[in-house]
Design a protein around this ligand. Structure first.
Ligand code: ADP
Ligand code: MG
Length: 268
């Protein structure tokens, strides 16, 4: 009913996350598709108590071409609904799986747009903390839209976090090791993993054994599968995946790196 009052006509399910179900809907007034993320709040889980209020606070003001826009936040009995911009072309993981891996040429504009989204978030003092291929959506023109702000929060300069969040395979070593961490470069690390996964089709670290995984991360060794990959790409990935959070490449250095600097993408 709440949705009908807001001119939204719900259609089928498109996805299921750990804390939500996502349905596609149509805004009948605008004639445009929306994604409706339905969060059941009756469980009173840690996510609902701790992270959902932050997610709502963060998403209310997002306004960038490469970030999923949240048009409305509606609450009703035991449910919160986030009405979001719809990613017609699905998420990046699905794209990679369909093709085994993306070519470097295909990867460049996508990765650049992911970095643009992170530059914007940092300018808004937001850390995302769950950057991964499943949370990078593609619109009908394959423009990147970073979504799922379920672990995001505002972060003041030098403020310390100690919450373990994100997905183990993408998480920075300072989070994995359980010490407190500062700064936005936890997202830089995860973006580096996304770049690796995009271009190789496999994960860089075996996350079944977190202790071994952490050792490998801290030794700053990045192994690549035997496949044709440019030295420029491998160097960039290596420099992003620096174990020391303050030594990771800045976003502007990433954009001016030999692998990425000559790409200009235009929003279609
Ligand atoms: P969770 O916090 O539960 O992981 P997500 O926001 O990541 O929730 O949504 C779960 C899944 O639903 C996604 O992996 C994706 O498949 C689908 N989905 C979510 N938002 C959108 C969107 N805006 N456009 C298209 N698909 C979406
Ligand atoms: Mg998700």
């Amino acid at each position: 009913r709440v949705l009908r009052d807001n001119n939204i006509d719900l259609q089928g399910y498109i996805g299921k996350g750990a804390y939500s179900k996502v349905q596609v809907g149509v805004n009948v007034k605008m004639g445009s598709k929306v994604a409706v993320k339905v969060i059941d709040t009756s469980s009173g889980s840690e996510y609902v108590r701790r992270f959902l209020p932050r997610e709502i606070e963060v998403v209310r003001n997002l306004n960038h071409a490469n970030v999923v826009k949240v048009f409305q936040v509606l609450s009703m009995d035991n449910k919160v609904l986030l009405v979001e911009e719809y990613g017609d072309n699905g998420d990046l993981l699905k794209r990679i799986k369909d093709k085994t891996r993306l070519t470097e040429k295909e990867s460049k504009p996508l990765f650049r747009q992911l970095i643009e989204s992170l530059v914007y978030l940092q300018s808004q003092s937001i850390v995302h903390r769950d950057v991964k291929c499943e949370n990078v959506f593609l619109d009908a023109n394959d423009n990147v839209k970073l979504g799922d702000f379920g672990f995001a929060r505002f972060l003041r300069q030098n403020e310390i976090s100690s919450t373990f969040c994100g997905s183990r395979a993408y998480v920075a070593p300072e989070i994995l090791s359980g010490v407190s961490y500062t700064g936005f470069t936890v997202d830089t690390w995860s973006a580096g993993i996304v770049l690796y996964v995009m271009t190789t089709g496999v994960m860089p670290y075996d996350d079944r054994n977190p202790k071994k995984m952490l050792e490998r991360m801290l030794s700053h060794r990045v192994r690549f599968p035997r496949m044709e990959l440019s030295t420029e790409l491998k160097t960039l990935v290596f420099e992003i995946l620096h174990p020391t959070s303050t030594s990771r490449l800045s976003y502007s250095l990433i954009c001016s790196s030999p692998w990425l600097h000559d790409t200009k993408y235009e929003m279609k």
